[in-house]
Design a protein. Sequence first.
Length: 255
Amino acid sequence: MSMNAPADTSLSAPLLDVKGLSVAYGKVEALHGASLKVAAGQIVTVIGPNGAGKTTMLSAIMGQLGSRGEVMFQGRSQSGIKVERRVDEGMSLVPERRELFTSMSVEDNLLMGAYVRYRRGERDHRETMQEVFQRFPRLQERRDQLAGTLSGGERAMLVLGRALMGKPKVLLLDEPSLGLAPLIVKDIFQIIADLRRSGVALLLVEQNARAALQVSDYGYVLETGSIVFEGPSADLANDKRVAETYLGGTGKSTH
């Protein structure tokens, strides 16, 4: 298994550089010395079974959990930096719970995503909303509808759209396909693939390993809190051990 960094991270400093990240719940260590890199415009995925520590990793990177190790974002250590400041600087987490303001309209939920930028004096939220609507036509159709009445797929789109309203530099996605119908999953992964063109870096945590490896540039396999494999996504998809464990196959290409 290749242990080299992906080619495009070697050309410049990575946008997100996580080194030796560890998280403990009491005496139980849920994440052991995890290291990964994400460059601008790159999709990096972390795959692994339930309970491997994937969500814990994202929460620690975002500053929601205490951790040991180092998180570097845009070349700056995030040690002691609160969640709100990380959001201000351009880091955004889309949790798997898809929490929305259910008694507010789709449009108002999107506006909430631009709140931090509005507070800074930026007033381009209407233009940003049009960009979101171009990416998610369904949300434009439902713009006046209460968020609580949306389908599961529409809720997933709204949570993603709300995150994009903040114009993040790096987007941490936690299980975006969880619980969605196969057709909707295909749409969501197409949207994730398209986001690369906007220059957003994505760190994608997914149980749907096959889809995640098809859409990403580089991948890490997390098992029981430790990264056990890493490499270009195409190589991981073709690796017999990864394929047998996560893809239900024998290592033939999924591309």
